[in-house]
Design a protein around this ligand. Structure first.
Ligand SMILES: Cc1cc2nc3c(=O)[nH]c(=O)nc-3n(C[C@H](O)[C@H](O)[C@H](O)COP(=O)(O)OP(=O)(O)OC[C@H]3O[C@@H](n4cnc5c(N)ncnc54)[C@H](O)[C@@H]3O)c2cc1C
Length: 403
């Protein structure tokens, strides 16, 4: 039986950032990661709030050194090729007004290696199979199929889509968001914008928003491209995912032009029903962070931001508890996280209901409303000075009603 202060399940951004913080506090950390790195995972467009958390944890320099594409914001493009820019630099005064477009196989690897350099004992090829909550013991299977046992003072589940503790402890509940598909690939050779607009993410509205598409440009000239729609919308076409992709591009005047000379350089992948929700985020001796908690929707690229925010907060609270201080997990962690998650949730609902599109495409918005929207879409969803952070739904509805 191997022992440590904190055992982290999963070496994604959530696990790595929590590890870095805990190691700096002097705790011993083992990270069990099922896969060998680098490994692919979806979710390549980051928000400025990520930069702030990386900055707070001494990780921003190493990420800046990677020369990733700088992301200054998002461009929404409708069926008539009308463009609406959300410039993250025009925010409510927050320090970070840009972020990065990253290949996650590279970004996650850099973060995990940073944790390793700080002293994390990283075990690749270790798949967590079981958890004894009474003894705080973890059972894992290594690459050779051998069973290994670990005991920790605290277990953090950062297993993302693996959802290890939610499955083992029966914590999963159905998401209140609709079942949607994401179909994606990588391309090269598409037409790009000039200057710093090259790094913006495109969010392309198709067929009265029955589908929307992301276009995420990387600094090596390749691009991530994906379509999101309700499962039924895809199924009723009767097409394969490759054919569906080509059909959507062919039908959209902006995409048809943009991808005229582009070639696919990766197989077309699909993820069904990606949204997930949870009964609770913590229990005696354990907590969940990142995608192992709640995942909403990719439309505002909030996933990695929420993963980093939760791991930053959870690591602070684990340190506190392990030093013998009392932690009110419900108030200090769950309630805190739900403030930001719920702001994004309302924005996601309003996006699919068409209200946000209406607001985005209204020309005479006041400067403060524009900056408030930009700050929310930058991931500053805990900023109580932002108009949209309290009573989000009512405020979006009121604004959509007015325009
Ligand atoms: C279609 C789609 C598009 C998205 N686009 C974006 C985007 O543009 N921007 C954004 O910020 N987010 C996006 N996301 C969300 C993003 O993918 C996640 O929020 C993010 O990866 C969460 O990070 P994490 O560290 O929590 O988990 P992950 O990055 O999933 O890391 C978890 C790690 O745990 C490991 N693991 C799993 N099971 C086990 C086990 N049993 N034992 C040991 N290890 C295990 C995995 O191998 C993995 O390495 C998107 C999601 C979807 C579905």
């Amino acid at each position: 039986m191997e022992k440590c202060d904190v055992l982290i399940i999963g070496g994604g951004p959530s696990g790595s950032v929590a590890a870095c913080k805990l190691l700096k506090e002097g705790f011993s950390v083992i990270i069990l990661e099922k896969l060998d790195f680098p490994r692919f995972v979806i979710g390549e467009s980051l928000l400025p709030r990520c930069n702030q958390i990386l900055d707070d944890n001494g990780l921003i320099d190493i990420i800046q050194d990677q020369k990733y594409m700088v992301k200054g914001g998002a461009i929404f493009i409708n069926e008539n090729k009308e463009e609406q820019y959300i410039d993250f630099r025009k925010n409510l005064g927050q320090k970070w007004g840009t972020s990065f477009q990253v290949k996650r196989e590279e970004f996650d690897n850099v973060l995990l290696q940073s944790a390793q350099k700080l002293g994390a004992d990283v075990r690749h090829g270790y798949e967590v199979l079981d958890y004894d909550n009474e003894k705080n013991q973890i059972t894992a299977k290594d690459k050779k199929g051998q069973i290994k046992e670990f005991e920790a003072r605290f277990v953090l589940d950062a297993s993302g889509y693996g959802r290890v503790l939610p499955k083992l402890l029966d914590l999963d509940i159905p998401s209140d968001l609709k079942l949607r598909n994401a179909i994606f690939t990588r391309v090269k050779g598409e037409f790009r914008r000039e200057g710093d607009a090259e790094g913006f993410i495109d969010i392309v509205i198709h067929d009265d928003n029955q589908a929307w598409l992301w276009v995420i440009p990387f600094s090596d000239g390749t691009t991530s491209f994906g379509v999101v729609c309700e499962e039924e919308y895809f199924k009723k076409t009767g097409l394969s995912k490759e054919e569906f992709f080509d059909k959507v591009i062919g039908e959209h005047s902006y995409l048809k032009e943009k991808f005229k000379d582009a070639q696919k350089i990766a197989p077309v992948g699909i993820i069904n029903g990606y949204s997930a929700a949870i009964k609770k985020m913590t229990g005696k001796g354990y907590a969940l962070s990142g995608n192992a908690t709640e995942f909403l929707d990719p439309v505002f690229s909030s996933g990695v931001t929420l993963a980093l925010e939760s791991s930053n907060k959870v690591a602070e609270l684990i340190s506190k508890e392990l030093r013998g201080e009392t932690v009110d997990w419900k108030k200090e962690y769950e309630d805190y996280m739900m403030i930001g998650i719920n702001v994004f949730r309302e924005f996601v609902y309003a996006w699919y209901e068409g209200k946000l599109r209406k607001i985005f495409y209204t020309k005479n918005k006041s400067e403060i409303i524009q900056k408030s929207i930009s700050s929310i879409l930058s991931g500053y969803v805990w900023d109580e000075n932002n108009y949209f952070v309290k009573d989000t739904r009512e405020k979006i509805n009121a604004l959509a009603g007015m325009v």
